[in-house]
Design a protein around this ligand. Sequence first.
Ligand code: GN1
Ligand code: MG
Length: 362
Amino acid sequence: MERLNEITRACAAFLEFDSIEETENIPNGHINVTDRVKINGKNYILQRINIGIFKDPIGLMNNISSVTEFLRKKIIEANGDPDRETLTLVKSHDGKYYHENENGFYRMYLYITEATCYNKAEKEGMFGESAKAFGRFQKLLAEFDAKTLSETIKDFHNTPVRFKNLENAINENKAGRKEECLPEIEFYLARKDFCPTITERLADGRIPTRVTHNDTKLNNVMIDDATGSGICVIDLDTVMPGSMLYDFGDSIRFGASSAAEDEKDLDKVYCVPSLYEEYVSGFLSEMKETITEEEIAHLHDGAIMMTLECGMRFLTDYLEGDTYFRTHYAGQNLDRARTQMKLVADMEARRNEFEAIIKKYI
Ligand code: GN1
Ligand code: MG
């Protein structure tokens, strides 16, 4: 009941209604709280933004409104359907794209009907469709002025900084869990020299800075129920200047894995070559003209880097007492850190095999 009161109160800031017809919590994300709500016969998405993590939520909402308005224009120019192919924010009664009260900071989107988010590629071709959607997203944003975007999380994909954070968490050992995860600590610390591979190339310009999504999990694309194509990229909280390698890499990390992010049986966890190939094919079909030689040369590093980085973040959070990522059971962050380790080791060991796949598409 308390939850329903919270939701009703937040929704009333955006819409006029007598009562909410339906609510459904959408448990996919690890950071914000997301619900589908049905009001006056129409579905919406209500999100409570985690302002402990997104410390400048107004800057964040300015990013999202300018990015979605830019995309809307591009989609209309291409004769697409802007209500389905990009997110549409709902204005509050105060004319803002957010609402804040004692319970939190909220935003509302139109709900995209007849489309679904998946945590695993359930059908052949689905992962490739997500690749095209993320590729198209990045291509459409190529002309977007990166200087107007605020950095919603500082050093988000700065892997050397993430490495330092892990070292600090080990030294501080706040939750007293260090002794439980010595092999995991050793695994991540051993990869220190690899961490700056992308950041140092971005810094000296060998790799171009682009406007990127930075959180390209498969479940951040809506797949059209009727056509099976990736129609809309969602979760725009981390759209910021970055590297194409981040977007490629994070997709592979999550979507080319044989198992869930928190699978306990590590024998089940590896990087699936056929899925990797589907993604490379779809992504490069959209990015062929813009990708540079240096980016191609480091594409597989991108996949390893994003997996390594995410694993370090899970382990850091475990050592700090699970304060960042939402967990559903004790030890989940350690399980997550372990699957990422397994994936990193697999992608390192089979580098030649994966790089041969990339070569086929360039
Ligand atoms: C978080 O919110 P969600 O679940 O889409 C995280 C990503 C991680 C991901 C790991 C803002 O994404 O960076 O890669 O969990 N988002 C933020 O599953 O930290
Ligand atoms: Mg997210």
